[in-house]
Design a protein around this ligand. Structure first.
Ligand SMILES: [Zn+2]
Length: 285
């Protein structure tokens, strides 16, 4: 199928639509970049798929500039898997394997990223101390309580601004072709713990998404969160946290628009336990 501009515009994956009320649209590069308000305004936009990334597809064809046209909040990685990507307030930040935070050029490409135009439908305090597990349990509760505000939203975008006693972070080293699968790369990942220097804590933001189990393979099912400190010096993929208190904002949608780079084959959602186990190991919190 193609739209009026002749771009590839597949609405596929009836399994996802039926099982999770999640509407997955696959677009080629021009179709994705050409989306303007009205067509994809409240969709979550994604470059490629986690499945392609697992197989070592670390060359994207979407630039960070093009990505930012479709969303102002999100996460992912950058070309050649050179660290973790955090998208916050319409700006991109790259956390390389040494833990330093960089401002990548808009011309840098990404092989995997997920963004949305964040509009909070839920905005409430997150009082008291929370581990990462407690944070995600609380988000589950809040999303249930606010089902009316969020609508039938299998995809949740999450933003938590707060103060943290500790954040456990991870980043990955830049790869050179021929690219090894992601499962091999994470053996060489760098994990570290950012610890607050004082009782006030590290001011910063958790950003990310909760995808339904049925989206496994296309996406990371469950929670996937990245962190960026307010002073933009600390960041990465989050595997643990000690939140002292903050503000929780949620945005929900049913629409996932996927940009599939030329030459990359994106499998249908893969809910097998084998794939789930690999993704847990690679992207687990
Ligand atoms: Zn991540």
């Amino acid at each position: 199928m193609s739209d009026h501009r002749g771009h590839q515009y597949h609405v596929v994956d009836e399994h996802l639509a039926a099982a999770a009320h999640l509407h997955l649209t696959r677009l080629d590069h021009d179709g994705f970049v050409g989306e303007r308000e009205g067509i994809g305004h409240h969709a979550v936009h994604q470059a490629s798929s986690i499945d392609a990334l697992l197989k070592g597809a670390y060359d994207g064809d979407l630039t960070l500039g093009e990505l930012l046209e479709q969303g102002d909040l999100g996460l992912g990685t950058v070309q050649a898997l050179d660290g973790e990507l955090v998208v916050l307030d319409g700006e991109c930040f790259q956390v390389t394997v040494d833990g330093t935070v960089h401002r990548p050029p808009r011309s840098m490409r990404t092989p995997f990223a997920v963004v949305c135009r964040f509009e909070a439908h839920v905005d409430e305090p997150l009082d008291g101390r929370h581990t990462l597990e407690a944070i995600t349990e609380r988000i589950d509760e809040v999303a249930r309580d606010h089902a009316g505000d969020l609508g039938p939203a299998p995809i949740l975008a999450v933003r938590i601004d707060g103060r943290f006693a500790e954040v456990d972070l991870r980043s990955v080293p830049r790869q050179t072709p021929p690219y090894p699968p992601l499962g091999d790369v994470v053996e060489h990942q760098h994990a570290w713990r950012a610890v607050a220097a004082d009782p006030v804590g590290i001011a910063g933001t958790l950003v990310g998404f909760r995808f339904p189990p049925e989206a496994q393979g296309v996406e990371v099912a469950g929670y996937h969160l990245h962190f960026l400190s307010e002073d933009r010096t600390i960041g990465g993929h989050v595997t643990g946290a000690d939140l002292l208190g903050g503000r929780l904002r949620l945005d929900g949608t049913t629409e996932l628009h996927l940009e599939v780079p030329a030459g990359v084959v994106v499998a249908d959602a893969d809910t097998s336990e084998a794939t789930a186990a690999v993704i847990r190991r690679v992207e687990g919190g």
